[in-house]
Design a protein around this ligand. Sequence first.
Ligand code: ADP
Ligand code: MG
Length: 247
Amino acid sequence: MLDIQNLSVRYRKNLALERASLTIQPQRIVGIIGPNGAGKSTFVKAILDLISYTGTVTYKNKPLKGQMKQVAYVPQRTAVDWDYPATVEDVVMMGRCIHIGWLRWASAKDREIVRESLVRVGMESFADRQIGELSGGQQQRVFIARALAQKADLLFFDEPFVGVDQTSETIIFQIFEELRNEHKTLLVVNHDLGEAVSHYDDILLLKNRVIAFGPRETVFNDENLALAYGGKLSRFVDSDGSTVVLS
Ligand code: ADP
Ligand code: MG
């Protein structure tokens, strides 16, 4: 399990995240939800030790810092330089680098894992294409293939559905569910409260602090949504659970 205690991040005077404490159980898809500027990306980057923070982050009772091989991260698409000259295959092979090490060649097994990861996201026929030439949804699927190739246990995705077509979204959620069933833990930032929320097992509702965390059904109530979104939402409950729609 991933245990986060008193995680705080300050950018100069701005307290972006205040003492977030929660324990994430294995084999869950966790949706990290909250309005713009709520500290969702900050929360993920602090856990991954990409920015400075205070608090503790442990995984299986040891500091996560020493276990980064277990962690895959797909950053927000806007944070990626899409003009960087790399083929689809190169990008996915980066997921193997952590295992191959520097100044060593990729083995036949690494190549096989890269191929199999591309097949899984339906992008194998694009292996030789430049990453910059692809559509948003295709680029996102390639980055997900990179995360798959890494064979990590703990996977983080920041806004994976922004600028992504419906087909890619469906494929991505399908892969998320397969990964969960393979005993992996997924943390997915998603600012959009649409039907998509029904794919998450647990919800972390953030507004620069933890508003609520737990099973989806318990988190989405009027009080929590008002705290996070300031009454700018209306909630619709449909037959198969709670669906939340922005008004
Ligand atoms: P979210 O991902 O939920 O939209 P962020 O984590 O990106 O929110 O940002 C949380 C808050 O921290 C916002 O007020 C944002 O303006 C601020 N912030 C984010 N990154 C930086 C930074 N590098 N320097 C200063 N302020 C930042
Ligand atoms: Mg963000």
